[in-house]
Design a protein around this ligand. Structure first.
Ligand code: GLA
Length: 708
């Protein structure tokens, strides 16, 4: 390639341009809406380096790729070798091959576009034939360079841990290096989601402003690093180098000659129309590229966890199955506590790993429960945690060597240890947990896959002493291998991903699952805020939301919150009053009517429960399916500001609409009126004043088609 030939990546409405200088070093010419259409004005060497590697191009910032070579050389100096392009599946796969003249190490930048959604996936592959292993000390997937305003902002989602997922923070992009990462290896997303929103031009809103949305598709430790510097430029006073990928903290990777190291894919998009556009892009891309069975409505699940915890027997479960069917649920999910023989699982202290039904609780095994569900006309689902073991279990007694640990006594967490998936036998065992469980309960068509502890004493007997830290990366690939095998063996079984709640919510792992358990925190007040944040990236079809008693909130309010996700229930169906049963029946009826739109429609947000001075209210709509829109409004707390008007977006101009206000109290007295869009566009008055109240509307455009 000549020095001025430009490598353009058109990501669908935005993109990037790279060019090599006379020495073959890659530089970023452009990025953003016109970024894929930039020409070389001055020599490429005057543009920022594309991917610094301790090569002298950007010596004062942490590099996205840092390698100690086999002979001890610390720098890597890459030159462009080739560019290859392939058209695939509604987009392009561009491979930019570079190599180090001194060491022969090869680095490939991969970019996969999906023009219809505007999401770009990028990752890096490294391989070499040096005289021995090299050590990767930093291995990001992307490192774009941007000029940003001095009031640029970042929205990130990190909380205190369990039951506090998706806690929203909006912060200024401050000068210096900010690292937003997570650790723990398993369930890292309990602490921080691997998703980020950056507003480079200053504050953005739901429907205005420039917003970059990013998501690291990685079921392990991930990070974003935001390095911000002042410049002398008044128009764009700051520089940002944004790195994203797997978190290398404590995880230097020793890479053998001839082995390929593939970084996680980072999916990202660029909106000039605010955050709702970022959401539309991620949802469309996820449906096209990630989700299993994206066009099917997810079923209404009734779970027994919060109703019984570990305390149940066959009669209790068959009673709940009948109750679930009676109320209109479509799948009954039997949670933790059904297994363990010699050391039965009556609490979380023992039995994990011994996947045979507990004969005291279930003398006939799982079969009678599947039969009960079938007789009741619903499906049966079951909980497993294949990656874990209680030290007090037959499995651990038989295979004490199977766990992740170093030379110290391993620390228990929730009384359990992590099985080491780097062992082939362990991987086979984990696949078998799913296969054997399904074989014990023929007809089961839904599995909840849990993982309830982080890695605390990293170490694997399968790795030599100088490669122990490879565990952090190899663990993810080995776990994905298990998930891929288990789901390939049972393609018709629906899968829910769970890790102490939403501890493993990433687009990399989601490929094998239909949905995830968003959080163990099912208090509807907390859930409105979590679902608000999570839905910026993940469609409602994936975001399991159950009506429970958590927080002691009114059941109609809890139902209205669950209706905005993948609706389900987890309440003691045997302990309901008649009035409560009617509330749940009503919620199920509304779920059946609305979930095709909620799970697949386009999201428009109006009132934020996580930003601004008054976070007491929330409202958003999901629409565009068959001309129908579902609008949600929640009053979470007492308000300190005047009520807002709900000015709806996404409706077809000129159409008349049938507006149904659902009555969720159980009386079933919906209010139906006909309004034209112009009236709706003027704004609906805020209908709520009391905390813990909600309103759900269906707005059906008369004579409208599907315009999503
Ligand atoms: C985790 C899950 C819960 C439940 C329990 C069972 O905490 O997130 O939903 O399945 O495990 O032990």
């Amino acid at each position: 390639m000549s020095a001025t030939e430009v490598i353009r990546i058109d990501a669908g409405g935005w993109g990037l341009s790279w060019a090599a200088d006379e020495e073959g070093r890659l530089h970023q010419l452009g990025l953003g809406v016109e970024g894929h259409d930039v020409s070389v004005d001055v020599a490429p060497r005057w543009y920022p380096s594309t991917f610094p590697t301790l090569d002298g191009t950007d010596p004062f910032r942490p590099p996205p790729l840092q390698i100690t070579h086999a002979d001890g050389t610390l720098s890597t100096r890459l030159a462009l070798r080739a560019v290859e392009r392939d058209t695939i599946d509604g987009g392009e796969h561009v491979v930019v091959r570079t190599g180090d003249e001194l060491t022969g190490l090869a680095v490939e930048h991969h970019a996969r576009t999906h023009s219809a959604s505007g999401v770009l996936e990028q990752w890096v592959e490294v391989h070499h034939d040096e005289s021995g292993p090299v050590t990767l000390l930093a291995y990001d997937s992307i490192a774009p360079f941007l000029l940003v305003a001095d009031d640029a902002e970042v929205c990130h989602f990190g909380g205190s841990g369990w039951a506090d997922e998706w806690r929203w923070s909006t912060d200024p992009l401050v000068i210096g290096t900010t690292v937003l990462g997570n650790l723990g290896g398993i369930q890292p997303h309990l602490q921080r989601s691997p998703c980020l929103l950056v507003s480079p031009d200053g504050p953005s809103s739901d429907d205005a402003g420039t917003v970059i949305g990013l998501s690291v598709c990685w079921g392990g430790n991930a990070h974003f690093s935001l390095d911000v510097r002042p410049t002398a430029e008044p128009a764009a006073p700051r520089e940002l180098r944004l790195r994203a990928g797997a978190n290398p903290l404590g995880a230097p990777y020793r890479l053998e000659p001839g082995v390929r190291f593939v970084t996680p894919s980072v999916a990202w998009t660029w909106s000039t129309a605010g955050r709702d556009r970022v959401t539309a892009s991620f949802h469309d891309w996820a449906r096209a590229r990630i989700l299993r069975d994206p066009d099917e409505r997810r079923m209404i699940v009734a779970n027994n966890w919060e109703a019984t915890f570990f305390d149940f027997d066959e009669a209790r479960i068959t009673g709940l199955i009948d109750g679930a069917a009676d109320i209109g649920a479509e799948v009954f999910l039997l949670d933790d506590g059904w297994f363990g023989t010699e050391l039965p699982r009556d609490d979380d202290t023992q039995g994990l790993g011994d996947w045979e039904p507990d004969e005291r609780k279930l003398p006939g095994g799982l079969g009678p429960l599947v039969d009960a569900a079938t007789d009741a006309g619903i499906r049966f689902g079951i909980w497993v945690e294949p990656e874990m073991v209680n030290p007090r279990s037959v499995l651990h007694r038989t295979h004490p060597e199977w766990v992740v640990r170093d030379r110290r006594d391993p620390r228990e967490h929730r009384n359990q240890l992590l099985l080491d998936p780097l062992r082939a036998q362990v991987r086979d065992f984990e696949v078998d947990v799913v296969t054997q469980t399904l074989a014990r309960a023929p007809g089961t068509s839904y599995v909840k896959w849990d993982a309830n502890r982080p890695v605390t004493d990293p170490g694997s007997a399968t790795l030599p002493a100088d490669r122990q830290a490879n565990l952090w990366v190899d663990l993810v690939h080995a776990t994905w291998d298990v998930m891929a095998r288990a789901t390939a063996a049972h393609p018709d079984v629906e899968m829910m991903l769970c890790a102490s709640g939403g501890g493993r919510v990433d687009f990399g792992t989601l490929r094998w699952f239909h949905e995830f358990w968003t959080s163990d925190n099912t208090d509807p007040v907390a859930r409105v805020r979590m679902q608000w944040a999570c839905s910026h990236f993940f469609p409602a079809s994936t975001m399991a939301a159950h009506v429970t008693r958590w927080g002691g909130r009114p059941l109609d309010f809890a139902s209205a919150v669950a209706l905005s996700g993948r609706f389900g229930l987890d309440v003691d169906l045997d302990a309901l009053t008649d009035a409560e049963r009617e509330v749940l029946r009503r919620a199920v009826t509304v779920a059946r009517r609305t979930q095709d739109v909620v799970q697949s429609g386009s999201v428009h947000r109006y009132v934020s429960p996580v930003e601004g001075p008054d976070r007491s209210r929330a409202a958003w709509s999901v629409g565009g399916i068959g001309g129908r829109t579902i609008l949600f409004a929640y009053q979470l707390e007492h308000s300190s500001t005047p009520p807002p008007l709900l000015v709806l977006r996404g409706l077809r101009a000129g159409a008349a609409c049938r507006v149904t206000t659902f009555d969720l109290t159980g009386d079933g007295c919906d209010v139906v009126e006909t309004l034209d869009v112009a009236q709706l566009a003027e704004g609906l008055p805020w209908p709520l004043s009391e905390p813990l109240t909600a309103r759900v509307w269906e707005i059906a455009e008369l004579d409208a088609g599907d315009d999503r």
